[in-house]
Design a protein around this ligand. Sequence first.
Ligand code: PMT
Length: 403
Amino acid sequence: MTINKHILLGVSGGIAAYKSAELVRLLKKQGAEVQVVMTQSAMQFVSPLTFQALSGNPVHSELLDADAENAMGHISLARWADCLLIAPATANLIAKLSHGLADDLLSTLYLAATCPVYVAPAMNQAMWNKTVTQENVETLQRHGVKLIGPEQGDQACGETGYGRMSEPVAICNYLADALENQNPSPVQCLQGLNVLISAGPTREPIDPVRYLTNRSSGKMGYALANAALKAGAEVTLVSGPVSLTAPANVQLIKVETAAQMYEAVMSRASDHAIYIGAAAVADYSPVIMQPEKIKKQEEQSTLILQKTKDILADVAKLDKHPFTVGFAAETHNLEVYARDKLARKKLDMIAANWVGKEQGGFDSEQNALHVFWEKGDKVFSMTDKTRLAEQLISLIAERFNTT
Ligand code: PMT
């Protein structure tokens, strides 16, 4: 992938600033022209000289600098940029941006920028989870800013949780994808259509620390979201908990339980032309979530489960229902079970995959599908999920246009 664009990289003051040096190197390697803007606190972590050497351009940090205003002042910098990427974005910077404060060069640039803005947050997990930070992030997203990460894992402060900045290579790939999707590919088979996709597993809580889930990684659903975007669709992705970064330009709705996924999908389905249910939704969830951690007592213990609502079947039953595509994950009798689901749930199509085998299905890079509709079927042999998703999206578009 290449990024033949002008990237304005904003670096704010967090320990993850050291990763931004690698980010500059990767962006340059992909063909981007990079200019770096640093906040005062970022310069406490990494020297501007590092960024100057890597980007091949002087580093900008002063808002009111007579020399800079003559050469590359904030307005010229904002005009120069094809994209503003802020990595790392601290909690403080996110708060400033969400409130429109402009008291230094980077926050002023954000206000002056008319190009797409991408933000890769980095902070302690408690700071990330704080309601006010989440509200600020939501405000930014409402204003059209795209979020990259953060990721879950060990943090520099010794804690573990969400708040780690995404790795430079992931940010770089995300950006390359996002910028490529700004100029859609010539095959626009879903141009102008709204597509709703569910992906990933659900988690059904047993008590405050335990839950029932499955092995879905979300890769298949996320690949479909990407392929639908490339085909020109407006994509809404309802995702269970996964450790993937959603494709740029999709509307991402994060959920945890089957009930939340039901709500998220059902409230939107009628506004979409196509629904693809790639999520591995729990079929059963505990009747009661115990408010306190269950203590180890008896040799055996029983968990009472109740059936969850079937999202796919209920979408297909809606008066104004989208073209509905289900998945079937089977360990045996694939065709029989898939055709049964197709008919019983009144679906337009079903994509069946073998699971529990050595290759394909859950949490693997590759998969194969046998797709069925009322009067036909098609086999897609084992390939990576990106390619497979493109094949399935083309078939969905073809079937959608003939029904
Ligand atoms: O996420 P990956 O690791 O990439 O793996 C991909 C996958 C194997 C999860 C994916 O390809 C897949 O098969 N997804 C559907 C998994 C599944 O739950 O299959 P199922 O046969 O149990 O369900 C049939 C269909 O009903 C599915 O479309 C499912 O989304 C839907 N369903 C199920 C239960 C429920 N309560 N509501 C639903 O909508």
